[in-house]
Design a protein around this ligand. Sequence first.
Ligand SMILES: *Cc1c(COP(=O)(O)O)cnc(C)c1O
Length: 306
Amino acid sequence: MKFDFSHEIPNQLLAKINDISITIKREDLIDEYYSGNKFRKLKYNIKNIRDKGFSRLVTFGGAYSNHLYATAIFGKKINIKTTGFVRGNELVSLEKNSTLHFCNSKGMKLVYLNRSSYKLKEFSEEVKMYLIRNPNSYLIPEGGTNSLAIQGCKEILTKKDSEYNTICCAVGTGGTISGIIESSNLNQHIIGFPALKNEALYDVISKMTTRCNWTLEKRYSFGGYGKFTSELIDFINKISINYKILLDPIYTGKMLFGIFDLIKKNKWKWGKNILVIHTGGQQGINGVNQKLLLKKKPQIIIPKIF
Ligand SMILES: *Cc1c(COP(=O)(O)O)cnc(C)c1O
């Protein structure tokens, strides 16, 4: 398992449509478990945990969370205990949920919270009690976004990326795009594609960056977090077949769908040399495929190379 962030992440030319070129930064190749930005976000948090001698990393996530997944890998790797508070008290069977099954296999302690407690996070009675019983715990928010996470995400762009005038990134909590904005050149424009409906997102990101060279393209959230259409699944499969790149249906699939759609409709009003960040997240495909199977709809084809 590679945990060396210093190796060069390849940029791959994806397509030239009209006179617009789309290159993709393969952050999904950071390690063999294909989780891109969540590793970036954990990097300096892990350093802090080690430096300050915390014994347990406590965090939050949904049942298919890329963040829980990456946290479990890191915890195992550096030998620190991890606890994941999981949203939803429905008895999610570990056998049926590949994300939680994986987390459990890496030694993560999983604790289910009902939806109202989950909303309160560390202010819920359950988590408060847990933290009293486990006093040397280090808390990371849902999705992994904090100032150290943004510091880690500043390392996504490298010097040679200054040749691109437009950078696209999928957005959840906004931590990743904030790091990218902070490390961009002022003549580059960063476009965030929110994977969820959150009216406050603009303000949230504004608080994490001092720069103004960014916008949010909100038309491609496909109805909200974790929601998708057959058209999106079909697009992901076409990209996989045509370009040998596996997108996830929660974040990167929606973003690239949006980019292609805008270009096809002649509505692309940004720069013509685009760098798209592949933030990983393919581990979540199994969960989506399970849902598609239940609905008897076509699934995402996972190529053999993965
Ligand atoms: C979490 C995640 C994002 C969003 O990152 P934020 O920092 O929460 O905005 C984008 N892509 C993938 C694959 C992710 O797992």
